[in-house]
Design a protein around this ligand. Sequence first.
Ligand SMILES: [Zn+2]
Ligand SMILES: [Zn+2]
Length: 283
Amino acid sequence: MLELGSHISVAGGVDKAIDRAEPLEITSIQIFTKNANQWAAKPLDPAVVDRFQEKVAASPIKTVVAHDSYLINIASPDEAAWEKSLNALKIELDRCDILGVHHLVSHPGAHSGSGVEAGIDRVAAAVNRIHAEMPDGKATLAIETTAGQGTTLGRSFEEIAEMIDKIEDKARVTVCLDTCHIFAAGYDLRTPEEYARTIKHFDDVIGLAFLSVIHLNDSLKPFASHRDRHAHIGQGELGLESFRHVMNDPLLDGLPGILETEKGDDITLDAMNLATLRSLVAV
Ligand SMILES: [Zn+2]
Ligand SMILES: [Zn+2]
């Protein structure tokens, strides 16, 4: 069984996310440690950090995950953009360590026309430098599978395996599998056979030991469309059966399974999606 969770707003302070999560009875959570659409970040207030850690400790939450800024592109061929991204990622990893976040989910970025191999080399070079400059870092960088829109990397398990292969400190790198993204990238989950083949392929190419986070999103766009649009669980092209396979797979036992579906103004939509997922668990 997955440790179900959701991406929760940190409006008003990171600790507020834990308050918002409480009525959902979730055992994992994903947050932004800063505004995801801006480069700048105010330093974390130590009092807020203390409150956050106290609330997590008093909650049923076992795994805390953060998602990095959408602006970061460590695959960029542009030296200035690469340097800026690398430094922003360092700041995010540092904020994760201050808060006690276990994994920072990060999109591998876009090669912007320089080619897949050049992009993968840039990603690995950035991560290796970050690791060297942050020798005591704790949070893992969880490279997220992507839908492969445009020149974005991470559309295949092979691309991610190659990044990991070129990262020296493999203890500090993990993988986040997003159900919507891999489906849009051309990995099917809809029948038991296709689901098993996809997970086996992940294990063969990357290794399930690297898997740290599952993102649970249905897909508004069709199979292999390379378009990334999340839908509510069971209301998209993946459908309920795909999530039944995920929810009952013993190979994924204990991993955080986090919703990134549309939120609305309150917890109603998250509660609906969590109820759907829980209803799929075979007893
Ligand atoms: Zn993401
Ligand atoms: Zn995701």
